[in-house]
Design a protein around this ligand. Structure first.
Ligand code: BGC
Length: 348
């Protein structure tokens, strides 16, 4: 009995020693903090904007604080298996924290399992894991914009435009707005929710709508151009409004309209990319929603660094669902800016 108890104690002591050893080696290694950033693909305009901001802020930070951090990037060519391998690699190289822009947001569980086993925290961003997955471990967070808010703001852009210029929107004066809708990837949280709320906001404002057509262009400008060209052939001047889930697809619609040599600018987008904003300024679009890439980058880096250093997360606006939402506002072709939270319309 005594031997047994002593054995248990020894085993426990050994386990504690291993644990202390591990955390010590992690602390020694963490002299240089290593951040691994994993991106679903290389040529997504909006996500690239966030990445460029992360690099820029990281450089400024280094200059200002002389902080010893290293940040590396891996692109997954839209393949979750490739991203999983990249995660394995970063974990085997003792990275201190991972920032993950998932390929497939329904496949977060496997990423979480790997990170948890290695005790490496994860900041997911832009492509949101399903709610239950985020609850699996306390060292997981999500940074992203609120899809409902962006969809609502997009709808309000059209409502305001209609109030101000009814004849420009309802071109045939039949009291109904005939529209087409460009959707992002079918499994992306932003596609489904933005589509729903942009349309619902118009309905709630008492605007009668007729959906002529809609289609998935996967956030991609050239795919949106192809779809819009098809619709222009089919519906021609019947189309009074093009609602797009993001700016790149709105720009694709503008490309199609310009190739078709028609004058048409009743197009709305979301993201506030530099090209999107330029199109709004030059009156080629009604407006867009700015989900600040600078803010995104700042919050991701701050959260990642604090988690890696096991610091408190005070002052960060973390919601109950373990997410931090990036504030948004709309900009229209008259240069007017609108924010929901200032109007007390943010429900979350
Ligand atoms: C953006 C899209 C982007 C997508 C990538 C969305 O939130 O609006 O422009 O392509 O995220 O995940």
């Amino acid at each position: 009995m005594v031997f047994l108890a002593a054995g248990v104690l020894l085993a426990a002591a050994a386990a504690v020693a291993v644990w202390i050893g591990n955390s010590r080696s992690r602390m020694e290694k963490s002299e240089i903090l290593k951040i691994g950033v994993l991106i679903y693909k290389e040529d997504d305009t909006f996500v690239s904007g966030i990445v460029e901001e992360m690099k820029r802020q990281f450089k400024d930070d280094e200059r200002e604080k002389g902080s010893r951090i290293r940040m590396d990037f891996a692109y997954a060519e839209e393949n979750q298996s490739i991203q999983n391998e990249q995660i394995d690699k970063y974990l085997s190289l003792d990275y201190d924290v991972l920032c993950v822009n998932l390929v497939d947001r329904t496949e977060a569980a496997i990423v979480i399992e790997k990170a948890k086993a290695a005790d490496v925290p994860v900041v997911f961003f832009n492509r949101e894991p399903v709610a239950e997955d985020l609850q699996q471990w306390d060292r997981l967070y999500y940074v992203g914009s609120d899809a409902k808010e962006s969809g609502t703001l997009e709808g309000l852009l059209v409502v305001d435009f209609y109030k101000k210029y009814p004849e420009k929107l309802d071109k045939n004066q039949d009291g109904v707005i005939q529209y087409v809708l460009l959707e992002g990837e079918s499994r992306h949280q932003d596609s489904l929710i933005r589509t729903e709320y942009s349309v619902q906001t118009l309905v709630d404002a008492g605007i009668s709508l007729e959906r002529l057509d809609g289609g998935i262009a996967n956030w991609v400008r050239s795919q949106a151009e192809a779809l819009t060209t098809q619709w222009l052939k089919e519906y021609g001047s019947e189309i009074e409004l093009i609602i797009s889930n993001n700016d790149d697809m709105a720009l694709g619609a503008i490309d199609a309209v310009e190739n078709w040599h028609v004058k048409f600018s009743n197009i709305v987008g979301i993201d506030g990319t530099p090209e999107g904003l330029a199109a709004v300024e030059s009156q080629k679009m009604i407006g867009t929603i700015v989900a600040g890439q600078e803010d995104y980058a700042r919050v991701i880096l701050d959260l990642a660094e604090r988690m890696a250093r096991r610091e408190a997360l005070d002052g960060l606006d973390i919601r109950e669902d373990k997410s931090i939402r990036i504030p948004m506002y709309s900009v229209n072709c008259d240069g007017k800016i609108r924010r929901l939270e200032e109007e007390g319309k943010e429900e979350n």
